[in-house]
Ligand binder design. Structure first.
Ligand SMILES: [Zn+2]
Length: 417
């Protein structure tokens, strides 16, 4: 089974310089190839594959000598990743690949030859970089992605194969339904309510202050850079707090249950409601569901999504009577048919659980009819990396990590011509 451990790196001044050079070369190559692909498509109507642009590297190295300073496999990986980015675009998993900016997060990828020791990582052409390895990396190391964030912290995400089989998942055990919301982050079918931590609100004043200070600094000045780092620090703090909360809650839910059922939320659609967009963005449902999913898969448990059009709030879970309308401000209601008094969210989460179990039973019946044995549950998507041999496990996360820097503003001036 593939696993990823992300560790903090502490490169010295010399290594920071070398890394900056490598980040720059890889970024330049990405932008060069992307531009070339765009041009070729415009002129001929045909695109170029990742492999085709990869073949250009030797020629480019002659023309731009500084490219040879960077480890060649990192450069090759850039081309392959660009190919994957296009594949993801054509298969409607991602947006069109964008030019990478020198501002914001930077990263390079080593497809092999990185060694992990107790307190350092050996990176080709860079040397032994001190690292804080907080978790054992046991198994065959695959890809190592080295990145630097806006507040100049360095990380290495180490992908490795621990050689163990993925545990078979089964439905025998406790099932739980989770209703995600804004007032309570999560309400579970066993009646627990988890408060929404509203982390952004806690830091809003500080963020505003730092942003104000930044806006007063002269453009291009050193003080502006310092102020910008301070803003980045607050953003990082917010993101870290949110992730911490989500990791702890998802870990707890996965540990305590065998089957986890969640509503499949249309986050993008909900974001279009401007009044709610900010709170929906900060609450992090999408990240939470992703965490539940991979944690469940790693532990041989089942993660099931329920269609978002399933009327979970409006059905009485006792007699399945459906009410016509239930305004959002009604927190408690009484079923006309069986006179049960419901807590809106707990009732919804029980319905989500029941619906999830129904779907699972249904697919189990179909599976039994199709193939008597040997099929596991079909919750995980196949990995979407056709031109790189990465077996099952649905590491969709890596495809997003490949387009690191996409969130940064596009810098069109970087392309050459
Ligand atoms: Zn009822």
């Amino acid at each position: 089974m593939f696993k990823v451990v992300k560790v903090r790196l502490y490169p010295d001044a010399q290594q920071q310089l070398l890394l900056a050079q490598a980040f720059g070369s890889c970024r330049w190559l990405w932008n060069y190839c992307l531009n070339l692909m765009n041009q070729t498509y415009k002129e001929t109507g045909f695109g170029l594959s990742g492999y085709e642009v990869k073949k250009l590297i030797p020629r480019l190295k002659k023309e731009y000598e500084w490219l040879s300073l960077t480890y060649s496999q990192c450069l090759q990986q850039v081309c392959l990743n660009l190919g994957i980015a296009f594949n993801n675009f054509f298969e409607k998993r991602a947006k069109y690949p964008r030019f990478k900016s020198k501002h914001g997060k930077q990263s390079i990828q080593y497809p092999q030859n990185v060694k992990v020791a107790d307190s350092y990582l050996t990176l080709p052409k860079i040397g032994d970089v001190s690292a804080l390895i907080h978790r054992a990396v046991e198994g065959k190391i695959k890809t190592v992605t080295v990145s630097k964030n806006c507040s100049n912290q360095y990380f290495a995400a180490i992908l490795f194969d621990d050689g163990k089989e993925k545990p078979n998942s089964n439905t025998e055990g406790k099932a739980i339904g989770i209703d995600l919301g804004l007032t309570h982050f999560a309400v579970t079918s066993d009646g627990s309510k988890f408060d929404n931590p509203r982390i952004l609100n806690k830091h809003e004043k500080n963020l505003k202050l730092k942003q104000q200070q930044l806006s007063r600094k002269q453009k291009g000045s050193n003080n502006r850079i310092k102020a910008r780092n301070k803003v980045a620090r607050v953003h990082r703090k917010i993101a870290n707090c949110r992730e911490d909360f989500l990791h702890k809650l998802s870990r707890r839910i996965v540990n305590e249950n065998q089957v986890i059922v969640v509503e499949n939320l249309n986050v993008k659609g909900m974001m279009q409601n401007h009044k709610l967009a900010k709170s929906i963005h900060q609450v992090g449902w999408g990240m939470f569901c992703t965490m539940l999913k991979y944690k469940a898969q790693m532990d041989g448990k089942i993660y099931q999504e329920v269609d978002r059009f399933f009327p979970s709030s409006k059905i009485c879970h006792v007699c399945l009577n459906q009410v016509g309308s239930l305004p959002l401000d009604v927190r408690f209601w009484t079923c006309d048919n069986c006179q049960t008094r419901h807590d809106r969210d707990i009732n919804a989460s029980i319905n989500i659980k029941d619906e999830g179990l129904r779907i699972l039973n249904l697919s189990a019946v179909v599976r039994r009819a199709d193939a008597p044995e040997g099929l596991t549950s079909g919750t995980g998507d196949k990995a979407c990396r056709p031109d790189i041999s990465r077996s099952k496990g649905g590491r969709k996360k890596s495809t997003t990590a490949l387009s690191v820097g996409q969130e940064a503003h596009t810098d069109l001036t970087v392309q050459c011509g």
